[in-house]
Design a binder for this molecule. Structure first.
Ligand code: FES
Length: 156
């Protein structure tokens, strides 16, 4: 996959006081590419005159950052106890079936979806919960997820 380095340069230009703004720069790169490409991290290290190990240290520390390519849509299925007892497993299984993903989840071949299991997201009363691109969906049943997947596929 080719990384458009112009997008990285545009992000760096937004931050005149770059040295103090490593996290914000990484956030912007992560949202632009859906992950942190290694070429981008090398360029950030060079532009900030910061050791590459420090840049990777920050990138690995925050769960919001990914070092692996992710799909255009991120689906997080809560695997906490309250969601589990209300059917989260069936919801996750149906998503894997629809997206043709293995048991562990992952990213579809067309890079449209990444399916992740997450710990309790703090909305237990709404369980089972899916977070789709940051938006919470509560009381989700296995037969609801096809509609959600179709609507996300259509989104620009
Ligand atoms: S267990 Fe799913 S939100 Fe708490």
């Amino acid at each position: 996959m080719t990384v458009d380095m112009r997008r990285v340069e545009e992000i760096l230009e937004r931050y005149p006081h770059r040295r103090d703004q490593l996290i914000q720069i990484l956030q912007d790169i992560n949202s632009s590419f859906n992950y942190l490409p290694p070429e981008a991290l090398r360029r950030v290290s060079e532009a900030l005159e910061a050791p590459l190990s420090r840049v990777y240290g920050v990138a690995r520390f925050y769960a919001a950052f990914s070092l692996e390519p992710r799909g255009r849509n991120i689906l997080q299925v809560c695997e906490g106890t309250a969601c589990h007892v209300r059917g989260a497993l069936q919801v996750g299984d149906e998503l894997k079936r629809l997206l043709d993903l293995p048991e562990a989840g992952g990213t579809t071949a067309d890079m449209e979806f990444t399916l992740l299991g997450v710990n309790c997201v703090g909305a237990c009363a709404l369980g089972p919960v899916i977070i789709a691109n940051g938006e919470y969906h509560g009381h989700v049943r296995a037969n609801d997820v096809g509609k959600l997947v179709r609507s996300l596929r259509k989104r620009d």
